[in-house]
Design a protein around this ligand. Sequence first.
Ligand code: AVI
Length: 320
Amino acid sequence: TSCTPDTLPDSGPHSANAHMADELHAGLEAAEAWIAPKFLYDTLGSTLFEAICELPEYYPTRTEAAIFEHHGAEIARAAGSGATLVDLGAGNCAKAAALFPLLRPKQYVAVDISTDFMCDALVRLRQRFPHIDMRAVGMDFSSGFALPADVRAARRLFFYPGSSIGNFSPEEAQDFLRRLRAGCGDDGGVLLGVDLAKDKATLDAAYDDALGVTAAFNLNVLRHVNRLVGADFDVRGWRHRGFYNEARGRVEMHLEALRIQEVRWRGGARVFQAGERIHTENSYKYQQADAIALLERAGFEATHVWTDPRHWFAVIHARA
Ligand code: AVI
């Protein structure tokens, strides 16, 4: 079995690659430099994120998995079986696969920007679940998405676990949920994982772990950018910063220059002073009520919320 993903054309002025290069240039040239978090996910980045999910400090993955385990039957009743399950940011497809026996989707559509990594996972998944029709879509869905036409056939259930919604600003999250609402039809819905606000020490540890896996994940974005726009970032010239910004209700990841250095890329260059930072990710932590309000403002109706005993994480089902 092989995996032939549907992807956007990858050359020409309107291609996905040209758009990504423009976005990277804008961020690198900004007074407060930034790199969008989607660039964390090349094949090595996706592998490092998979390792993060195993870390003792990184509670979201296992807290969410425990919620699915404890409330699986009820979640399946709310979400319904026989849908087209559209997994946004599928990665290794493990979260969706764990739900297959409960949700029994008719079709599974894995969507991820890290196409090769997702395809490898999908090939293995097809062997485990040969009766489910599966397809892969390699796409940056952060700013808009169009799924292949035949994916519309069945009732759509969007699956957006892991609190990836937190990597958008609240305004972007609102727009994104509106697009999901428009894309799911009147009989569809969404199953959303949301990380909830909690004490700073827990969050600081989760995003700056003792082994330095999150540091490697963050630093790897520089290697990816080097490839994408022909930049010459020296990874050894930077250090990882990951901390909860309580005032803004979000964890922030930055890369901090260890010394003054000039970085060049195709069509540009910049000097970074020692201590200057590049902002690479926000991870917003929600109050449960605010997450529900976000869904409802997007035109969804939240039907159920499941959480863990410590109220660290919430899984929300909302219907159109
Ligand atoms: C994918 N996303 C939900 C992760 C998060 O927690 O915001 C990415 C991550 N960044 C650092 N560690 C994990």
